[in-house]
Design a protein around this ligand. Structure first.
Ligand code: ZN
Ligand code: ZN
Length: 109
């Protein structure tokens, strides 16, 4: 009985420790992910880890950055404005295209 209790105790410690270690080690990796950002006002696209600063948009005021999702190794092109981005998955919908409406993403081979 005593050996069994000690084993259980060690097991619980291992489980509790892994809960503390893993969420902390995965956090910095999440924050370093490159994302696609697009300004629907001027059509500029950049890759950045964090929301870029507004800067000055050539259409007046600051850029209105919208996130299109994670940067990846697949190429997607918008058939409306011709923009090509490298994306992990289909870029987020609901981001306006500078040529009106939403982007119409097509995967390039
Ligand atoms: Zn802009
Ligand atoms: Zn577009």
């Amino acid at each position: 009985m005593k050996i069994k209790t000690t084993f259980l105790f060690v097991l619980i410690i291992i489980i509790v420790c892994s809960f503390f270690i893993f969420p902390n080690s995965s956090l910095p990796a999440d924050e370093m992910v490159l994302k696609n950002y697009y300004c629907p006002k001027c059509g500029l696209h950049i890759e950045a880890v964090n929301q870029p600063s507004m800067g000055s948009c050539k259409e007046g005021g600051g850029h209105h950055w919208r996130c299109l999702g994670q940067v990846g190794d697949k190429n997607y092109q918008c058939s409306k404005c011709g923009l090509v981005i490298k994306s992990k998955d289909t870029p987020y919908g609901g981001v306006p295209c500078k040529n009106g409406g939403g982007h119409n993403w097509k995967r390039l081979s």
